[in-house]
Design a protein around this ligand. Structure first.
Ligand SMILES: NC(=O)c1ccc[n+]([C@@H]2O[C@H](COP(=O)([O-])OP(=O)(O)OC[C@H]3O[C@@H](n4cnc5c(N)ncnc54)[C@H](O)[C@@H]3O)[C@@H](O)[C@H]2O)c1
Length: 339
């Protein structure tokens, strides 16, 4: 079922399919020379997906999200005679989707691509919105493109095989969406957390669809990341430095970044302490460790954030649930507030 088609620049649009099995990409690829890019882990977990397909295997882990892997993929694309009329499918988590989107965009100056997103984080975030890319040395996602996939398939039954850490990483982003959006996602999550944590497919379908709607509405209004998209960064400026310094999965670090942002939000008079308490409670109920500790290493990274503008950064505060506020803040004020 197509849950959403979102239009971005020009004539390009993306169909997001949910409630469809992961093998549905084969129907969408029918009649075209196609190739599937995946990692070894998914290849052994879901062998049926790759039967009778051209496929390229890459290594798991951020350390392989780089130009060397891109070059290896391009060599294989040439072997498979992939051309501009072909389809390249990324079957995996955010890492596979990010690399696939990037390769598809630079190979022959642009080839059609689609995703079968297999992690919670990929379905609600990484596969949606058209940002693709790889790391360059220690610089995360420094080389990339913005281009939209033809389709994103979101089958929540594959979450059953996800590691606890990877599932929680997606859940951190889900909680973020529930805080920055109007509507009842926050209440729905609170009421259904037990089923979310049991990875109930029906409840997760609802959650994933709502998160996709929230992200696509924002992306449609700001496809090239010029303004409105900033609200998606709630918890990310600090979360990003926690992710790198403490080596935590993305969404788990973002959850800590959200809690730190709430501390700053309360200190700066943007939010009431009760709001912070509510957020801390849902994070703890979901099983997140709600403690965080920041030192000079985190602040140094924050000062080098690629989104900074001179000594300022666009920091997202939360006035209320559904009311994020982007404020240009001096990095030194964040350091003083949280140091
Ligand atoms: N482009 C964007 O807008 C955007 C947004 C957020 C994150 N990202 C990127 O996404 C990446 C993180 O993505 P992620 O959290 O999905 O992690 P990941 O892609 O690194 O996958 C984590 C692990 O989960 C395994 N896995 C994937 N699906 C599985 C399944 N169904 N069952 C069992 N194991 C499975 C993978 O093999 C891997 O070992 C980062 O590189 C980050 O930069 C991009």
């Amino acid at each position: 079922m197509i849950v959403k088609t979102y239009k971005t620049t020009g004539d390009s649009s993306t169909d997001i399919l949910s409630g469809t099995g992961y093998n549905y990409f084969k129907t969408l690829a029918a009649g075209r020379n196609s190739v599937v890019i995946t990692d070894h882990n998914l290849f052994s977990l879901y062998p049926d997906a790759f039967e009778n397909q051209n496929y390229i295997l890459i290594n798991e882990g951020e350390e392989h999200k780089n130009m060397t892997t891109v070059e290896q993929i391009i060599e294989k694309l040439i072997e498979f005679k992939i051309d501009r009329k072909s389809l390249i499918v990324g079957f995996g988590g955010g890492l596979v989707c990010d690399i696939t989107g990037f390769v598809a965009n630079v190979y022959m100056r642009g080839t059609s691509f689609g995703f079968v997103a297999t992690t919670l984080l990929a379905q609600i975030d990484a596969a949606i919105g058209g940002k693709n890319g790889v790391n360059f040395g220690k610089f995360k996602n420094y080389v990339g493109t913005i281009a939209q996939p033809e389709f994103v398939i979101c089958d929540t039954s594959v979450f059953k095989t996800l590691d606890e850490e990877d599932f929680m990483s997606g859940l951190g982003e889900v909680i973020k969406y529930s805080l920055i959006s109007e509507g009842n996602l926050f209440d729905y999550l609170k009421a259904n957390l037990k089923y979310v944590l049991k990875r109930d497919t029906d409840v997760l379908n609802q959650v994933v669809r709502r998160c996709i709607e929230i992200k696509t509405e924002i992306v449609e209004q700001d496809p090239n990341d010029k303004g409105l998209r900033h609200i998606l960064n709630f918890g990310h400026s600090i979360g990003h430095s926690i992710e790198i310094i403490d080596g935590l999965p993305h969404g788990i670090a973002v959850m800590k970044g959200i809690l730190a942002s709430m501390d700053l939000s309360v200190k700066s008079g943007y939010s009431e302490p009760e709001l912070r308490t509510q957020i801390k409670e849902i994070a703890a109920m979901a099983g997140f460790n709600t403690e965080y500790s920041l030192d000079s290493r985190h602040f140094e990274l924050l000062a080098n954030d690629k989104k900074k503008n001179g000594e300022f950064i666009n920091f997202v505060f939360l006035l209320n649930i559904g009311e994020p506020l982007v404020v240009k803040v001096k990095i030194k004020d964040i350091v003083e507030g949280l140091g």
